[in-house]
Structures are given as C-alpha cells and as structure tokens.
Ligand binder design. Structure first.
Ligand code: ACM
Length: 625
C-alpha cells in the first residue's frame, strides 16, 4: 500500500482551513482506518472537521476516524477548519501522517508541503547579504576596540617559553573539534611558530583581554576567562586567515576587549524534539567559540521529559517516550515511529563538566506549573481527583496541564526533582519555567479553589505567583538563584532578590521587569527566538507567532535601548532555540545561523562597535552543528 498526503490552506473566516488530499496508490480498499497527524497549527477543539471525526486531540497530535473506506485511487478529502492561527508558510501544516489500521498496524503516509492559495509569493527565504570587510580580521563577536595593521599570512601560534601550555592545548582541541579538516592555528611546539606570551594584569576587568601584535604576541588578562577569550580570539583570527582569502593576521597593533554583558545565553529546547548528548556537546563548543557563557537547557515540557530522576524513574520511562500506544503519542514530525530520548546522569555530568572547561554554566529548566503534561502522565497522583477533566487547555492544546498549587504532593515531588537537578548542575541557577499557564487553570479543581479562597488569592495569576514563591523557597533552600520566564513577575510575582527573569513575551517586557526591580535577561521572541521564520515568502520555514525575525532584525535589536534606570538591571541577552520545527541538525543549522552569532555579538560587543555589513561577512566563518 502506498499513501500520499497533499495539503493546502484555504483562507476564510478567522484563520482558514487545512484541506488534506489523500491518494491511495494500492490495490485493495482500506476500511475502518484512522488518520493520525502531527501538525503545527491544529484546528480548535470541537472544530467541525469534514471527512472524519476527531477521536483524540492532544497538542499537535490529531487522531481522526475516517468517514469512508479508502478506495484505491482517490482522492480522499478532509477539511480541518478553525486553525490555531492562519498559516503563513509551507511548514504550518501537517508534518507527519499515518493510518491506524483495524488490525493494529500503522501504514506510513508521505506528506507534501502545505501549499498556499494560488499567486502567493514564495520567496525570498532569507535576508543575509555578502556584507563588507573593512579590516581583514576574522573575529566574531567583534571586539570593543581594534587598532591593528600590517596583515600577513597567519602563523602557527605557540606558547612563548615559560608560558603555561595547557590553555593553548584546550583551545587547539576546541578548534580541532569545530573544524576537523582545517589547518591547526595553535600548536604547543612548531619550528616557525609565532610565540604568544600571556601576562596577568589584575587591572583588567573580568573576562577582559588585551592583545598586542608583533614578533611576539602578548595576551594580557585578569582571570582565566580573559585568557581563554584572548586565545579564542587568536585562534579565530588565525583560522580565518588560513582558510579564507579575505582575511589576514595582523603584525602590529592592539585589540582591547571586554564583554558588554555578564549573561550571554543560549536556550535549547530538547523536549519538543530530542537532540542527543553529542549535539549538545557540539553546541557548547560553538557557544564557547562565540563567547556565549550560559546554556539554558529546556529539559521538560508537555511533550516530553528528558531529565533522569532516581526518585521518579517513570519520568523518563513514560515521559521520554512518544509512541502510538503510549500515554504520550507521537508529536510534530515524529510519524508512527514516535520518538524516545532522555539523557543519562553520566551524559549530563559529562556535558556540565565539558561546558565548565569552556567557561559555560549550564542552567537546567524544569518547566512548571504549566507545560507539565509529561510529568502529570508519569506521576499520576499529582492531580486533584475532583478536578473536572478537560476544564482548560493550554495555548498548545494540552488539557489540564498545570501542576496543582493546592496539593502538598506537588511541592514534595518538585522538592525531590529540584534537589536532584541541583546535584547534577552544581553552581547553576535553577530555572522553574512559569510560562504560558492558561488563565483558566485550576478553575475546575475544588481543592485549588478552596486553597485560593483560604489565602485570599484571586485568579490564576495570583495562584501561580503563590506557587512560584513556594517553589522559590525550595530553590533558595538548595542554595541556588531562581531563573524563570517573565510571567513569574505576574500576580504579585516572586521576590526580585536571588531571581533572574527571562523577558520573552515582548520587547517592552524587559523595561517593565527592570522597573519592577528584577535582574533581566532580554530574550524577546520578536528578535531572539531562532525558530521564528526569517523571511516573508511562503517557502521560508519556521514559526511566525512573534513575527518575522530576519537575520538583520535579530542583529539590529539593541537590548538596552529605551530601558529605565532601575531599580532592576539588564544583565544580558539570550537566544532561544525552540525545537517544535527543529527536529534535524540541518533544520537546526538553517534556523540558528547566522542569528545565534548575532545574539552573541549583542551580548559581547558594545553597541557603538556593532555593524551589520561587517557581521554579515564574518558570520560565514561561524561553525555549525
Ligand atoms: C516561552 O517561549 N514560552 C518561554
């Protein structure tokens, strides 16, 4: 049996309809089948579908009993109206499809792109010009002050006599991992190597470095991080000069450099689509090359739980397994094969240690109280038994997906999980999510209603704030700072002391949180979410709820523009790699670059030293996954 699904968007009403055309190229009729879909913009619950009847709708998984026997040939049509949003590109439809057959088998279906109404513009996909190079220096992020000249072919850099070789070996190894085929810019010994002398200068700022170019290169620094950044700068400059005719190695002059922000982050969602330890380790190498010093690891969500737990092994046993006949069905592009993936403790320990050698702190996120479907399926005694089923749905269409703030058991379980996370991630803040709790959450829970009344709490935001404050006490008790999404300031919020909030919902949110007294990392979806579409044409892939984040838009965003004086502070910036659409390395690369490097430069380079044409030219040097 060979099956194919074509799809097109039919505008009309608020968001239009998805029209699916199934072609059956086998010879025998198929009776009693169900069509299962993973789709990005599902129809509203209860929408009047034609051609079938919805049996199950969880998140992006839709299971539809077909109205009619599929006769060979076809075509067979289904219409799915009232979509979550109007599609704007070819990736906003069905990502995977299969038939569930009466004998329990699955029949795969190949899928075409979502096609637009006739006449829709399909191009351009990207906006990333060749750029311009005024100074032939292959260095990104660009340094704070550059005054270099006399560009020559790159030497091999070696530690000067009496200089500790270990930091040189570490950066030589980093370069070899990132560019296995490229000539090595650093050796520990080389007959015509250019000596690099490192010097401690306690007058320099944390992470700062100063390079002096001549017959000997001098590298001054106040701390290990400054020395590492200086060596990475030298490795980058020499790598560019050895591999790209546009660049050279300076024989004279100085580079003086220090970071603009202390928090230069990259968020990575491994819940929507799993990416294994090798990919995470390579991402960390790329972050180090770009001077990004925080990995925000989004390990749990509705669709999966990737964090191992000794106290609750079923969290990964059940919560990391998406399968046709499991509590969590296949989502997104999984198809009938589903998706299973979680990290082991050993992998996490190795990744955290690897990041540590490169100056990167790994902050785990356990998303709560919302986005908790995987947790609630794996640990079922976390529900109020009296709660009305399906009494609210999250924006991603998960029913009753928030941990109940009235249940003491919620805090017991979270206390154990946070203690385990603290042991696996020493010295990192613990991020507890807090995003996208539906406004009707807990409205169907008698326990939660009583709990709120007893405490004088009104509405979901206040209930959530009380929950977050209680979890913050747990985090504080573990000796850690708290990380949370910007909603943690709502409904009374958590105390600013020891809290860092991630402003994602809008560009204005950063200023609001600073005015409310918080330390803030700016990560607005409109500029810094790397899953957002990069161009207006129908062929450009990616999510679109926050608009179009072309590379130039991402680069042009100044996180500090228009901020109030205080009482809070902007402590940094962060790129968001959300993976609903990003299930393969090639898709990750397509969406991450050059925008990850643009956020890196916003985090490091003073605003007045930033320059889009130069960045566009240099970003081609950045290694990919
Ligand atoms: C988020 O994008 N929901 C933090």
């Amino acid at each position: 049996m060979t099956l194919h699904l074509d799809q097109h968007w039919q505008p009309g009403g608020k968001t239009g309809a998805l029209v699916l055309t199934l072609t059956h190229m086998g010879t025998a009729p198929i009776a009693g089948a169900r069509l299962c879909l993973g789709l990005t913009l599902p129809p509203a619950p209860g929408a009047r579908i034609t051609g079938g009847t919805v049996r199950r709708h969880l998140g992006t998984h839709l299971d539809i009993a077909l109205d009619a026997t599929l006769a060979p040939g076809g075509p067979h049509r289904l219409t799915l109206p009232d979509l979550l949003a109007a599609p704007s590109n070819r990736t906003h439809g069905v990502l995977a499809a299969w038939l569930e057959l009466p004998d329990g088998a699955a029949a795969p279906i190949t899928c075409g792109d979502l096609e637009p109404p006739a006449g829709t513009a399909r191009h351009p996909i990207r906006d990333w010009p060749e750029g311009r190079i005024d100074t032939p220096l292959g260095l990104l992020p660009w340094p704070a002050r550059v005054s270099v000249s006399q560009f020559a072919p790159a030497p091999v850099l070696v530690p000067a006599p009496g200089t500790d070789p270990a930091p040189f070996a570490a950066i030589a190894a980093l370069h070899r991992r990132l560019f296995p085929e490229a000539p090595a810019p650093i050796a520990l010994s080389c007959p015509d190597g250019r000596p690099v002398a490192t010097r401690h200068d306690p007058g320099l700022a944390p992470e700062a470095y100063r390079l002096g170019f001549g017959d000997t290169v001098t590298l001054e620094h106040a701390d290990d991080a400054g020395r590492r950044h200086g060596l990475i700068a030298l490795a980058q400059i020499a790598h560019a000069a050895r591999t790209d005719a546009r660049f050279g190695f300076p024989m004279a002059g100085v580079i003086e450099d220090a970071p603009r922000f202390a928090w230069r982050g990259c968020h990575f969602d491994v819940a929507r689509n799993f990416h294994g330890a090798e990919t995470v380790a390579r991402l960390i190498d790329i972050l180090a090359w770009l001077r990004i010093n925080r990995l925000h690891w989004h390990l749990t969500d509705d669709e999966a739980w990737r964090l191992p737990s000794r106290a609750f092994p079923e969290l990964t046993g059940i919560g990391a397994r998406r399968s046709r006949n499991a509590p969590l069905p296949p989502f997104y592009a999984d198809g009938p094969g589903g998706q299973t993936g979680a990290y082991t403790e050993a992998e996490i320990t190795r990744i955290v240690a690897h990041a540590g050698t490169l100056g990167i702190t790994v902050m785990p996120e356990i998303d709560m109280p919302g986005h908790a479907t995987a947790l609630l399926l794996a640990v079922p005694d976390l529900r109020d038994p009296g709660e009305t089923a399906d009494s609210y749905r999250s924006i991603q269409n998960f029913p009753n997906n928030a941990l109940n703030p009235a249940l003491p058991r919620s805090y017991d379980v979270l206390g154990l999980l946070l203690a385990e996370a603290a042991a696996l991630f020493p010295d990192a803040p613990l991020h507890i999510g807090g995003d996208e709790v539906d406004a009707a959450s807990w409205s169907g829970s008698p326990l939660a209603r009583d709990w709120a009344r007893d405490r004088g709490l009104e509405g979901t935001a206040q209930m959530q704030a009380a929950f977050m404050r209680r979890v913050k006490d747990i985090v504080t008790g573990l000796g850690r700072d708290l990380g949370a999404w910007d909603e943690a300031a709502d409904g009374g919020g958590v105390a600013p002391e020891g809290t860092i909030l991630f402003a994602w919902r809008s560009i204005e949110r950063t200023a609001e949180l600073i005015a409310a007294g918080y330390d803030v990392v700016a990560t607005p979806g409109q500029a810094y979410y790397l899953d957002m579409v990069q161009g207006a044409g129908w062929d450009a892939p990616g999510a679109a709820w926050a608009g179009i984040a072309a590379p130039e838009t991402t680069y042009a965003f100044d996180p500090a523009a228009g901020l109030p004086e205080g009482p809070g502070r902007l402590v940094g910036v962060q790129a968001g790699i959300w993976t609903e659409h990003l299930n393969t390395r090639s898709r990750l690369n397509e969406m991450m670059f050059p925008r990850l490097a643009a956020v890196a430069e916003a985090g490091w380079t003073p605003q007045e030293a930033r320059d889009w044409p130069r960045f566009a030219a240099l970003a081609r040097l950045v290694p990919q996954l």
